[in-house]
Design a binder for this molecule. Structure first.
Ligand code: GTP
Ligand code: MG
Length: 198
């Protein structure tokens, strides 16, 4: 078991050469801006402000490496799909994210991608592009359906059925999640332990 109290932000990397070289397994959080990545990390860690929660998305483009109990990295990727981003920021996002997935000599340490999808809107074109990329790269991913507290019972059932039928989601684990209620937290930890072996 991990001591989730023993956690620190090791590196906020703006460049590939700043990625930590420690031989630890990595769990990576991917999703569009505002989908709830930082909130998910905070909920999993039982901390309020470990990863910053933003109401104004798309600030600095960095990949944040949280070291957990010296045994595991949580990797918080910069959010994508923020339409109003200036071209220079989009280029920075691409360079850094491409660098993480394709120019990273430690990519074999990546054990699992948690791909976040907003449960109220379903997968966007960018989400589908990301899941396609993960699939084609042979990278294991699990879909986290975020903000389920915003759905009523009927909407929740429809959302689950849609996810179950979606070609990029139907054959991977799907976890409904809410950072408000904590629903899905235990299931996600189970998955993280299973994929990382820590
Ligand atoms: P960027 O870092 O900007 O890419 O965003 P992010 O994906 O880290 O999202 P963040 O966790 O900052 O959350 C964005 C907004 O959604 C914030 O206002 C959160 O309070 C809200 N939010 C996140 N998770 C939930 C949830 O489970 N339920 C509800 N109701 N709101 C949520
Ligand atoms: Mg964030």
């Amino acid at each position: 078991m991990l001591n989730t109290q023993n956690v620190k932000l090791r590196v906020s990397a703006g460049r590939i050469d700043q990625f930590p070289g420690d031989p630890l397994p990595q769990v990576t959080f991917s999703g569009r801006s505002n989908v709830g990545k930082s909130s998910l990390i905070n909920t999993l860690m039982g901390q309020k402000k470990l990863a910053r929660v933003s109401s104004a998305p798309g600030k600095t483009i960095t990949i944040n490496f949280f070291e957990i109990d010296k045994k595991l990295f949580f990797v918080d990727l910069p959010g994508y799909g923020f339409a109003k981003r200036p071209p220079a920021e989009k280029a920075a996002w691409s360079a850094l994210t491409d660098g993480y997935f394709t120019g990273n000599r430690n990519i074999d340490r990546l054990r699992l991608v948690l791909q976040l999808v907003d449960s109220r809107i379903g997968p966007t074109a960018d989400d589908e592009m990301m899941m396609n990329f993960l699939r084609e790269s042979g990278l294991p991913y699990v879909v986290v359906l975020t903000k389920t507290d915003k759905l009523n019972k009927t909407e929740f059932s429809t959302m689950l059925a849609d996810a179950e039928a979606h070609p990029l989601m139907r054959d991977v684990p799907r976890v409904p999640f809410s950072s408000l209620s904590g629903a899905g937290k235990n299931e996600l930890w189970k998955i993280i332990y299973e994929y990382t072996g820590v």
